[in-house]
Design a binder for this molecule. Structure first.
Ligand code: 5GP
Length: 192
């Protein structure tokens, strides 16, 4: 049987900082033996999203039932009316495969996981180079209204205020450099 890894890599960041791109890059590095923790959410799929790949999409009622059953390690209402959570079964499945679990999770959820798992977890905060640059990236996506962008920037300010509670702050000024830095951090943590 494969060794149980028991390790977790947590990536949190304000929306637009580039964490999803970094997590995808790390997952593509075979030597790191990582697997993505697929979260459950009560929101509907967007665009090309696939159930069981991007998220487990649950109805609000099913999400609440699973909360009561104790199926989640952590869960949160990240946006008003929309819940997201990490399933215990997901993390256990990945550890059984001998892999480390990697999370793309919001700042509060990331810090909750870090306090639950301590030294077994490496918590990385992806920092945008500046607020102006973050605003530019959010506007460049062309997916949100100006009002939504302002809300995301206000949330980002709060999240940046919590960044010192992470094990590492990775400044994403240049994406290629940020990818290399993330790889090095993980290699050291995972002993690869
Ligand atoms: P989106 O709806 O854009 O996919 O994600 C919204 C936010 O929810 C992101 O910040 C994402 O990192 C966060 N998120 C995704 N999965 C989880 C989870 O399992 N738990 C928590 N606390 N946040 C999550």
């Amino acid at each position: 049987m494969a060794d149980k890894s028991g390790k977790l890599i947590i990536f949190s960041a304000p929306s637009g900082a580039g964490k999803t791109t970094l997590v995808r890059h790390l997952l593509a590095q075979e030597g790191l033996d990582l697997a993505f923790s697929i979260s459950a959410t009560s929101r509907a799929p967007r665009g090309e999203e696939v159930n069981g790949k991007d998220y487990y999409f649950l109805s609000d009622a099913d999400f609440s039932k699973r909360v009561l059953k104790g199926d989640f390690i952590e869960w949160e209402e990240v946006y008003a009316g929309t819940k997201y959570g990490t399933l215990r079964s997901e993390v256990e499945r990945i550890w059984q495969e001998g892999k480390a679990v990697i999370f793309d999770i919001d700042v509060v959820g990331g810090l909750n996981l870090k306090s639950l798992y301590g030294d077994k977890a490496l918590a990385i905060f992806v920092m945008p180079p500046s607020e102006d640059e973050l605003a530019r990236r959010l506007r460049g996506r062309n997916t949100d209204s100006e009002d939504k962008i302002r809300q995301r920037l206000a949330k980002a300010r709060k999240e940046i205020g919590r960044s010192d509670r992470f094990d590492h702050i990775l400044i994403n000024r240049d994406l290629d450099l940020a990818k290399k830095e993330a790889e090095s951090l993980l290699k050291v943590f995972l002993g690869k």
